[in-house]
Ligand binder design. Structure first.
Ligand code: THU
Length: 160
């Protein structure tokens, strides 16, 4: 028996000011988008902003439903929107911001498992790593160089 050690390297920035101007703008776009989230059940408003290879930015927000399991996360809303509006254009970066109506979210929010799986598919689909930027309403930002790092030992199309 041997053991595999899987490491996760995360860039930790105490404020967004430490990031490049482009990445700060992407986080700002995600925060702005979150204002349009439809989250009457959780009161947790999430915005995702994607930087595409053509330089454009596409956003998405969470879409909740009275039938709770149908809720769609901001990340997947943004990816589906980008793939529909800008077919064939790879995603280079995703920024995700979240805020809560009743409490301050001052730490980065990690994407759910389904969004990690979807981001992993997008990296395979376009043969393009996606930089991930995570932040709450304010404060610390996490930066990962590729989304797949968030999903070790993942399932992908190579098994099929
Ligand atoms: N949510 C997202 O949109 N993205 C995440 O990364 C975490 C969770 C949404 C789903 C649901 O509408 C609400 O946040 C609470 O789970």
């Amino acid at each position: 028996m041997d053991e595999m050690v899987i490491t996760l390297k995360v860039g930790r920035f105490s404020t967004a000011d430490e990031l490049s101007a482009k990445e700060q703008q992407l986080l700002e776009a995600a925060g702005k988008a979150s204002e349009h989230a439809y989250a009457p059940y959780s009161n947790f408003y999430v915005g995702a902003a994607l930087l595409l290879a053509d330089g454009s930015v596409e956003t998405g927000v969470n879409q909740e439903n009275a039938a709770y399991p149908m809720c769609l996360c901001a990340e997947r809303a943004a990816l589906a929107s980008a793939a529909s509006r800008k077919p064939g254009i790879p995603v280079l970066k995703i920024a995700v911001r979240a805020r809560h109506a009743q409490k301050l979210i001052d730490r980065p929010v990690g994407p759910c498992g389904a969004c990690r799986q979807t981001l992993s598919e997008w990296e395979d689909r376009f043969s393009q790593d996606i930089v991930v930027l995570l932040q709450g309403e304010k404060g610390t930002v996490y930066r990962l160089s590729r989304a797949k790092d968030l999903l070790p030992l993942s399932f992908d199309g190579s098994f099929l």
